[in-house]
Design a protein around this ligand. Structure first.
Ligand code: NAD
Length: 384
């Protein structure tokens, strides 16, 4: 076995850990750009603490899943303000925007050239400016990944900018920050974490280290996602979901994903549904099609064995088979009121172009079996 493993340089986890950031940040720069969500509410304390350390803070809100243009505007304003440190405090949208800003403070050239699929996937030459990632959702694990996802409305696709330099220098995960997540966002983001853990676990490029991380994360989602959804103030459920999200990011950054993300990337550029909601709508149907394709074409594969183990972890039944895991995920999606792709805005007329785009997505390479065009169409029919 051969593998490499990289993650955020330092990870601080625990309730209240957000209060330890300011003195650490003061050692990393003097003029931070602090990217936040729409409201200042959650970041107000941090901004005051940074100012108390004598830092000149430039705040920038990120109000939606980022597009190339939104990220570029943030880059321009960070360059104009001569920022030397970036802090992203919010959901994956904020954290990803921060990664792009930190990368392009120190690297010149056009943002689009650094993008996969629609650009040249140009590698970064210089390390990014110091970056601190503070997630306030529990789902993307972006605090431990080396990519940022940007939408390109012009190409109707979402694509990644990726570099080892984009791994945050410091990831601070404070579960208390997620107590305010409403049930629908808890569900969508939590199912994103579940999807990432599952896809990394059955991925053709998993390794012994990502396997262990995935098993631990899957146990935590199985025991806590429904509780976090039904009782958002349950601190143990929130803590478990934050760990599961972190683990999902650590795993995906060091293995690959699969067909759910292979479809969700391009689809996110075609409809306005949130990333987590799109993944959730696809997940049970991709599991079904993958398991059937593995049984038909690769019955002795490690992938099929993995789906069995997944089922045993999720159902907590030592005799569970792959199909029981699919049923468990379907039931969870029903409890969490996951919507169909049609109700998120996907039209049948777009199925063919979506299948063509998803076959080119980098995540598709991690799927445990190569799916045919007909199988991808069938997934969309079932999820539609
Ligand atoms: P998000 O960042 O878009 O946030 C969703 C909503 O939750 C927003 O309205 C936000 O204001 C709100 N919110 C955030 N924290 C909150 C809190 N504590 N309380 C109440 N409301 C809160 O959603 P997300 O799912 O975290 O991120 C999605 C983005 O991340 C997508 O663009 C997706 O493609 C990307 N992503 C990136 C990676 C990666 O590795 N880079 C992995 C997965 C997803």
């Amino acid at each position: 076995m051969r593998f490499q493993f990289s993650t955020a340089n330092q990870i601080h986890f625990g309730p209240g850990s957000v209060n330890q950031i300011a003195p650490l940040a003061a050692k990393m720069g003097r003029r931070p750009m602090v990217l936040t969500g729409r409201s200042l509410e959650r970041a107000g304390g941090l901004i005051e603490a940074l100012a108390a350390e004598g830092m000149e803070v430039f705040r920038r809100p990120v109000t939606a899943e980022p597009t190339v243009d939104m990220a570029l505007e943030a880059v321009h304003s960070a360059r104009r303000a001569a920022c030397d440190l970036v802090i992203g405090m919010g959901g994956g949208s904020v954290i990803d925007t921060g990664k792009v800003v930190a990368a392009l403070i120190t690297n010149s050239g056009r943002l689009v050239d650094y993008l996969e699929v629609i650009g040249k996937a140009r590698p970064l030459v210089h390390p990014s400016a110091p970056y601190i990632a503070i997630p306030t959702t529990a789902g993307t694990g972006s605090e431990a990944t080396r990519n940022a996802v940007l939408g390109s409305p012009q190409h109707r696709v979402k694509v990644s900018m990726r570099s080892p330099y984009m791994l945050p220098d410091l990831a601070v995960i404070d579960p208390d920050l997620t107590l305010s997540l409403p049930p629908a966002i808890t569900a969508a983001t939590g199912l994103d974490a579940l999807t990432q853990l599952m896809e990394a676990f059955v991925s053709s490029q998993s390794n012994a280290l990502t396997d262990g991380i995935c098993r631990e994360g899957l146990h935590r989602v199985a025991g806590s996602l429904q509780s976090a959804y039904e009782n958002g103030s349950d601190p143990i459920a929130r803590e478990n979901m934050c760990l599961a999200s972190l683990f999902s990011g650590m795993a995906l950054a060091n293995s690959k994903l699969g067909a759910v993300h292979g479809i969700a990337g391009p689809l996110g550029g075609m409809i306005s549904g949130a990333h987590g909601a799109i993944c959730a709508a696809l997940l049970p149907h991709v599991m079904h099609t993958n398991v059937r394709a593995l049984r038909r074409r690769d019955a002795h594969s490690a992938g099929l064995e993995r789906y069995g183990e997944l089922a045993r972890i999720l159902t907590r039944n030592a005799n569970a088979r792959a199909e029981d895991g699919i049923r468990w995920v379907k039931d969870l999606c029903q409890t969490l009121q996951v919507k169909s792709l049609a109700s998120l805005g996907l039209n049948k007329a777009d199925f063919a172009s979506l299948v063509a785009k998803s076959q080119k997505a980098s995540s598709m390479q991690g799927n445990p079996i190569r799916l045919t065009e007909a199988e991808l169409m069938e997934i969309l029919e079932m999820a539609g």
